[in-house]
Write a protein of this length. Structure first.
Length: 285
DNA sequence: CACTTGACCTGTCCGC
DNA sequence: TGCGGACAGGTCAAGT
């Protein structure tokens, strides 16, 4: 599921709902999802909700930090205990939590709940020491490339990082979190389309002009997605259970056989590194 | 080093 | 209606 825009969409929603709240109780429906869970977290307050790459972090009092990875199908849905909707819930909202994919439930002091749902059960939660995240976070978060939506992300930095895998196809390299953070299968295809670059090209075959276009394509596709609340292929919903609508505006992803929005030729799909890559052969060279 | 495959899981969709 | 296979926003480890 979630790539940068989806995790960031969840982060923004959660931030305004749970900062300042105290954890009253954590229920492990599937304990394997949260191996380090401990009752010492009960009574801790939420200080901050942050994101790095596709990892969501929740800082708590007592120097505790919870790390969440949603992998393919993870959801973080927050609900008030008693819904005061003033009307019927919209059809794209989940309304009955927990459901059969719920793996962990956080209960807060105001009776609101945060549900971690995960159909495929690949996602995880880890408890770490907040102090160990300042400075060398590498050990806890893994080696992560630059955040593409930060101001200091330049085309030169993009090139420099991708060049650590000179002989790798550009689409594969873009999904390597150690080279650039937050891009997955959707935004790799989308940003290469915007840059008009063939996904099969090797990193060291790209010109500086192409790195500049790719840099802009990455930023533009991520920001466009954020604007539409992320991409919902099947499972993704935000912290209120609402879907994201970026795929309605995507140029190539999930559009095999449909007309390219630039040239009207058919969008093609092929397999690269075991994942589907979508592209327009006549626009992307 | 670069690339592939399988593993982790459940659910959905498509063809027969 | 049922059944098997392919496939789905991610990342690991192991093998070639």
């Amino acid at each position: 599921m979630p790539e940068l825009p989806e995790v960031e969409t969840i982060r923004r929603g959660l931030e305004e709902k749970i900062v300042g709240r105290e954890i009253k109780k954590i229920e492990l429906i599937r304990p394997k999802t949260f191996p380090g869970c401990s009752k010492k977290l009960w009574g801790k307050k939420v200080l901050k909700v942050w994101r790095r790459a596709k990892i969501l972090g929740i800082d708590l009092t007592g120097d505790f930090t919870l790390l969440f990875h949603l992998k393919m199908t993870g959801q973080l849905i927050w609900e008030r205990e008693s819904r005061i909707t003033g009307g019927h819930p919209t059809e794209d909202m989940f309304t009955h939590m927990p459901n059969k994919s719920t793996v962990v439930v956080f209960e807060f002091d105001d009776t609101s709940h945060l549900y971690f749902n995960d159909q495929r059960q690949f996602g995880w939660i880890k408890l770490v020491d907040s102090k160990q995240l300042t400075g060398n976070s590498e050990k806890l978060l893994g080696i992560l490339g630059p955040e593409p939506l930060e101001k200091d992300f330049t085309w030169q930095i993009l090139k420099e990082n991708l060049f650590k895998r000179k002989k790798t196809p550009i689409k594969i390299a873009l999904m390597d979190q150690s080279l650039i953070a937050g891009i997955g299968n959707i935004y790799a295809s989308e940003s290469l389309f915007l840059a008009r670059i063939d996904p099969r090209r090797l990193v060291n075959a790209l010109t500086n002009e192409e790195f500049k276009k790719l840099h802009q394509g990455i930023i533009d596709s991520l920001q466009a997605s954020l604007k539409h609340g992320g991409s919902t292929l099947a499972n993704f919903v935000d912290s209120e259970g609402k879907k994201g609508y970026f795929l309605n505006f995507a140029n190539v992803y999930n559009r095999e056989g449909l007309p390219c929005k630039n040239c009207s030729g058919p969008v093609k799909k092929f397999t690269q590194g075991g994942r589907g890559t979508y592209w327009c052969p006549s626009c992307q060279k």
